[in-house]
Design a protein. Structure first.
Length: 184
């Protein structure tokens, strides 16, 4: 009727594929920072790359102040920007930084700029695939919700009316009403 399962399967597949694709990103970022530092790049360039790397990792630059006894510690505000879209953006920023560093020339194929750009495009494509699979699923949810929950015409309201009708027709203590009264 609503075809939710038919719409959810492609969404789940797209989400799982995206998760697998993004999973090695923090480790790859760590390797890139090490390769940049080993290449003899300027200290400021490495620091800038480490800033982007922390964003990919979802960590803070420094540690929070330790709690002092008797003084209430302030609540911390999350700085993690770990959505898949943001991760792809941060990775692109790291690639652009590496591209503009003349000293960065790794010999490993997966650390070369062309491989990194190809991976970044795959990340973007995976995000788009999830979005494209989400739209039909969300539309099916909307149709289902209207069918079930709309006032006066939704199946839930119709079921209440039917229960009331059965009650008025057979009585509140009848076997027929007992059959339908327990239905939620």
């Amino acid at each position: 009727m609503f075809k939710l399962n038919e719409k959810k399967v492609p969404l789940n597949v797209a989400r799982a594929s995206r998760k697998l694709l993004f999973e090695p990103l923090p480790r790859l970022s760590t390797r890139l920072i090490a390769a940049l530092a080993a290449s003899g790049a300027a200290k400021k360039t490495v620091e800038n790359a480490e800033t982007i790397h922390r964003k990919i990792q979802g960590t803070r630059a420094g540690t929070l102040k330790p709690a002092v006894e008797g003084i209430e510690t302030p609540e911390t505000i999350s700085v993690s920007q770990r959505s898949f879209d943001r991760q792809a953006d941060f990775f692109k920023q790291l690639i652009l930084l590496l591209e503009n560093e003349a000293a960065f020339s790794p010999s490993e194929a997966d650390l070369k700029i062309t491989s990194l750009n190809a991976l970044q495009q795959q990340l973007v494509d995976a995000n788009i695939a999830v979005l494209n699979a989400y739209v039909p699923y969300n539309n099916a949810l909307v149709v289902r919700n209207h069918t079930l929950y709309d006032a006066d015409s939704g199946m839930i309201d119709v079921a209440y009316v039917v229960k009331s009708y059965v009650r008025s027709l057979f009585g509140a203590r009848s076997a027929e009403y007992a059959q339908v009264s327990g239905i939620k």
